[in-house]
Design a protein around this ligand. Structure first.
Ligand code: LMR
Length: 328
C-alpha cells in the first residue's frame, strides 16, 4: 500500500474511536461526607455546575454528599478502584498514605484560618499535593473549612476538665495523641457515626468547625461548646492519578481551570460560612458557648504542645518549619 494511504488509514482508525467516545460524556463522581450547605458541600456543587456548563456534553458530574454513597470507611478504596473520581477528605485522613500531611493536625500550629490558607499556597504544601502519587492518588487543591472547637457534655475551661472523657476523632494518630495529652480518650468514628456516638453517650465530646457543628446538629447532643480554635479542619481535593491522566488534554485543562476557580470561591467563603453557623448556634441557644480567656487557652496549648515533638520526625522538620513560617 502507498505510504500516504497507510497514514490515512491509521489516522482514521485513531480518530474514529475518539469521535465515538466523545458522544458519551465522561462521568465524574464526587463523593463526600458533609452536608451541601457547608464549604465543601457548596464547592462540590459549584464544581458540578461549572463543569457541566463549560464542558456541556463532554462531562457529567454526580455529587454524593452526606456519606450517601461512600463514607470514611470506604471512600479511598472506591477512589482507587475507579468507583468514584473525586473526593475531598479532611487532611487528617491521609496518614496511611503520607505522614507529611499530619502537619495540619498539630494542635495550635497555625495562628488562624488565614495562616492555613497562606500555607496552602506555599511551595512546600504544593509539593505535598503530590506526596501520594505512589499510591495512585493525586492532590488537586486545598479547600478550607475552618478552625475546630471542642464540645462536650460538661463545661471545659482547662485541660484537666476533659480528663476521662471520650472524644470522637477522625482517623488520625495525631488527633489521638492530642486527646491523650490532656488525659482524655480518643475514639475513632466515621463522620457519619458522630451524631449517634454523641447521642448514645458512646463518646461525650468532639471537635468540629462551626459548619459541621451546625450541619450535624452537634449542639443538640452536647451541653457545651468551647471556642478553643485549637486545630484546623481543611481538605485536599483528590483524584485517581490514572483516571486524571486518561482525560483528553483539553478536558483536563478546562477542569484544572474550573478547580482553580472553585478553590478560590471555597477558600474565600469558608470563614464567612463558619461565622454564619456560629451565629446560628448562639441564636438557637441550645448549648452554652464558652469563650476561653487568654490564660485558659494558653493552658490548653501548653498541654497539647508535646504532640509536636512526638510527630516531628514522621512529618519532617522542613514541613513543620514551612508551616510555622506562615504565621505572622
Ligand atoms: C470529620 O470527619 O470530622 C471531617 O473530616 C468531616 C468533613 O469532611 O468535614
Amino acid at each position: 500500500l502507498p505510504s500516504c494511504l497507510v497514514a490515512a488509514l491509521l489516522a482514521l482508525s485513531i480518530i474514529t474511536p475518539l469521535h465515538a467516545q466523545e458522544s458519551q460524556p465522561i462521568l465524574i463522581r464526587f463523593a463526600h461526607v458533609v452536608a451541601d450547605d457547608t464549604p465543601k458541600g457548596k464547592g462540590a456543587l459549584l464544581f458540578k455546575q461549572l463543569a457541566e456548563e463549560r464542558l456541556a456534553g463532554k462531562v457529567r458530574v454526580e455529587v454524593y454528599p452526606n456519606s450517601t454513597r461512600y463514607g470514611d470507611a470506604d471512600e479511598m478504596q472506591a477512589l482507587l478502584n475507579g468507583q468514584v473520581e473525586l473526593l475531598a477528605p479532611s487532611l487528617s485522613k491521609f496518614d496511611r498514605y503520607t505522614k507529611q500531611l499530619q502537619v495540619f493536625d498539630l494542635p495550635f500550629l497555625f495562628d488562624d484560618a488565614e495562616a492555613v490558607k497562606r500555607f496552602g499556597k506555599r511551595e512546600k504544601s504544593q509539593e505535598l499535593l503530590r506526596s501520594m502519587t505512589s499510591h495512585g492518588i493525586t492532590g488537586l487543591a486545598y479547600w478550607s473549612n475552618g478552625l475546630k472547637q471542642l464540645s462536650a457534655n460538661r463545661a471545659l475551661r482547662l485541660p484537666k476538665d476533659a480528663q476521662g472523657l471520650k472524644f470522637r476523632i477522625q482517623n488520625s494518630a495525631v488527633l489521638e495523641s492530642q486527646f491523650e495529652s490532656i488525659g482524655a480518650q480518643a475514639v475513632r468514628l466515621a463522620f457519619g457515626q458522630m451524631f449517634k456516638g454523641l447521642e448514645s453517650g458512646e463518646v461525650q465530646g468532639a471537635e468540629n468547625p462551626w459548619s459541621n457543628i451546625v450541619s450535624q446538629k452537634v449542639d443538640t447532643v452536647q451541653s457545651h461548646i468551647i471556642e478553643s480554635n485549637h486545630g484546623v479542619l481543611h481538605y485536599m481535593l483528590i483524584t485517581n492519578t490514572s483516571f486524571w491522566h486518561s482525560l483528553p488534554y483539553a478536558i483536563r485543562s478546562e477542569l484544572d481551570n474550573i478547580i482553580l476557580e472553585v478553590t478560590h470561591v471555597v477558600n474565600a467563603e469558608a470563614e464567612a460560612l463558619n461565622a454564619r453557623d456560629r451565629q446560628k448556634v448562639l441564636a438557637a441557644g441550645r448549648v452554652k458557648v464558652i469563650d476561653l480567656s487568654d490564660a485558659e487557652r494558653e493552658a490548653w496549648r501548653q498541654a497539647m504542645l508535646p504532640v509536636w515533638k512526638r510527630y516531628e520526625d514522621e512529618i519532617g522538620t522542613d514541613v513543620i518549619r514551612a508551616a510555622l513560617a506562615v504565621n505572622r
